[in-house]
Design a protein around this ligand. Sequence first.
Ligand code: MN3
Length: 243
Amino acid sequence: MKSRRAFIKTVAAGSVAAGTMLNSKLLEASPIAYGPPPSGQPHALPDLPYAYDALEPYIDAETMKLHHDKHHQGYVNGLNKAEAELAKCRESKDYSLIQHWSRQLAFNGGGHWLHSMFWKTMAPNGKGGGGLPGGIVAEAIKDSFGDFDQFAAHFSAAAGAVEGSGWALLHFRYDDQKLVIMQAENQQKLSAWGSVPILGVDVWEHAYYIKYQNKRADYVKAWWNVVNWGQVEKNLLWILNKK
Ligand code: MN3
């Protein structure tokens, strides 16, 4: 029988090996959001995959610049700060602010992940953006919602009805292999475990107010013209291949 000390040593060595494997083999390949930061580096703002004005006239350049450069950067900074503060908690064994930093981790981590996905699942209209999904995404939508029009009406309604700031999200749910539409308040509340988003629309006012003012429904209607269904398919295929 192993001594307690030897057991701890074995478990610790296993943890290191597992961490290395996760970093290099699994997370790096994820196409959905941002992928892992370079080893030991803080989280970083990903580049937009197109110019600020590329989604005009549906989403204006000024909104895109502020949204990406200021808002998304803010979530990246907040996530790095939360992780640094949680590391300090572990070092000092002072957990008096654990609730605050745990909340910051969820809010800013959610913001960084969702925005990274959001930029990638849009593309200029006619150049990867808009139209209808094909292939496995079309099949999955039919299987889960009946047809595309029913899916789109449901999704738009969910986006329009988010209270305050948040998102409408299309998730893949692992256990029954269905697509489900959920809302998220802020960046992190109201979605269920066991599923992962493959598409989302940001309905915080910062996402549309300059061009659309209070007309969120008009913004969501315009957003369909820039949805990058090819990226949504990549997201879904990646999940299915990782099962
Ligand atoms: Mn936003």
